[in-house]
Design a protein around this ligand. Structure first.
Ligand SMILES: Cc1ncc(COP(=O)(O)O)c(C=O)c1O
Length: 432
């Protein structure tokens, strides 16, 4: 299903160069960007300034829950911006209260703090943990190897990947990393200073690795025994992507004794605003008032505009049963990828994921003749090939390609995406 792109008129090509030059001159070069500049989108399609159409299965890294330019979101933005955009958190307003109520209704008794991003939501959880343990001198948070928790100073200290820390030492104190899905490792790592454990329900940046039910239940028990907070980072894996509001709800489905499971705090962002910046953390009831007046704040957190949009996103996701779509269509995509992995085991090593959080892992670069002599990792080289074929995906680490599509992805679009992946895998298998 390769798209046939007509030759590009020179003035359109120049538009890309113009945009890139603006970035090169004026934007801090902290990102490794692809040579793509987009001008507009529609549903799960994006259009670049050269006029080429791409199927977007990356969803802005798990953000664009309703695709691009959803008319009801546009309308919600317009309506709310005519009434009230910002008032500060010195005052009350209805959208923030209603959005907090909506989040609580999906989790359990507790309260919500609103931030602007996932990193900032995690910062709030770190402060919650510090406050909880403060009077006993406990402050240490255990996190998982290969985790990702954001790029703030504490976020990189919490993240279990060296590459995000390098050059920014000394790290914020009080974080240690243990192997993921290894309960014994957590038990052995506990110290008198430990106050909390933080994990992702499904590791995203680390390459799509779901927590096992035993691990989740074991962590809850361990935290209860040692009076630790169990914190979960739902920034990427949350918001219905797994087929349930939070990934642990999906991962624990059908597991005996799991019905009462709840963490003590959950961070959220990304799909919560479907592209409009908003983050949040939920705190379970007994700890919900730990951060009292004056202890934590952010100017833009939970503005009327952000909350009105997030309320509209909730309404659409629930009305259109998009969690079910993520669950069913995600399972179908995974099945197709598994078939590919069976057909081409010398190209695809494994397929992992839940719902619309899917990763397929290529074999090592050295085993792929077309990739072996190129400097870039296999994941990046494959993502480039998919771009050529009109498909956007997200690399994770050296070998994993992630699919994090809009929750309202249609079956025909899923078929289109799978066909492109299959075509490119087959090409690689044939040495092309
Ligand atoms: C699991 C997880 N936590 C935290 C973050 C940081 O979120 P943000 O970039 O909104 O600060 C991310 C971003 O990718 C993430 O995937």
């Amino acid at each position: 299903m390769k798209e046939i792109v007509p030759p590009l008129p020179p003035f359109v090509h120049n538009q890309f160069e113009t945009v890139r030059e603006l970035f090169q001159r004026h934007v801090v070069p902290s990102y490794g960007r692809f040579d793509l500049a987009f001008s507009h989108g529609n549903g799960s399609y994006l259009f670049d300034v050269r006029g080429k159409r791409f199927l977007d299965l990356g969803g802005g890294i798990a953000v664009c829950a309703l695709g691009h330019a959803h008319p009801e979101i546009t309308q919600a933005l317009v309506d709310q911006s005519r009434r009230l955009v910002h008032i500060s958190n010195l005052y009350y307003h209805e959208p923030q209260g209603r959005l907090a109520q909506r989040i609580v209704s999906h989790l359990g008794a507790g309260k919500v703090f609103f931030s602007n991003s996932g990193g900032e939501a995690n910062e709030g959880l770190f402060k919650l943990a510090r406050k909880f343990g403060h009077d006993e001198g406990r402050f240490e948070i255990l996190t998982a190897q290969n985790s990702f928790h954001g790029r703030t100073l504490a976020g990189i200290a919490a993240t279990g990947q060296d590459k995000v820390k390098q050059g920014f030492e000394p790290m914020v104190a009080g974080f240690r990393h243990v192997p993921f899905n290894d309960l014994e490792a957590v038990r052995n790592a506990l110290s008198p200073a430990t106050v909390a454990i933080l994990i992702e329900g499904i590791q995203g940046e680390g390459g799509i690795t779901p927590a096992t039910p035993d691990y989740l239940l074991g962590l809850r028990k361990l935290c209860d025994e040692h009076r630790l907070l169990l914190l979960m980072d739902g920034v990427q894996c949350g918001y219905f992507r797994s087929g349930r509001f939070q990934s642990f709800q999906r991962l624990l489905e059908g597991i005996p004794d799991a019905s009462g499971f709840l963490p003590d705090g959950i961070s959220m962002a990304k799909s919560l605003g479907a592209g409009f910046p908003i983050g949040a953390f939920w705190v379970r009831e007994p700890y919900a008032d730990l951060l009292g007046p004056g202890s934590h704040a952010t100017t833009y957190g939970g503005t009327p505009l952000a909350c009105a949009v997030a309320l509209k996103v909730f309404e659409i996701v629930e009305r259109d049963r998009l969690a079910d779509n993520a669950r069913q269509l995600g399972a179908w995509i995974q099945d197709q990828l598994l078939n590919l992995a069976r057909a081409y085991p010398h190209v695809i090593r494994s397929v992992r994921g839940v719902g619309f959080m899917i990763g397929f892992e290529l074999v090592a670069k050295e085993q792929i003749p077309a990739f072996v002599n190129q400097p870039q990792p296999a994941s990046l080289q494959f993502v480039h090939r998919l771009h050529e074929a009109g498909l956007l995906t997200i690399p994770a680490g050296l070998q994993v390609i992630r699919l994090l599509p809009a929750l309202n992805l249609a079956r025909a679009q899923a078929e289109e995406g799978v066909a492109i992946v299959a075509q490119e895998i087959q090409r690689l298998a044939e040495g092309g």
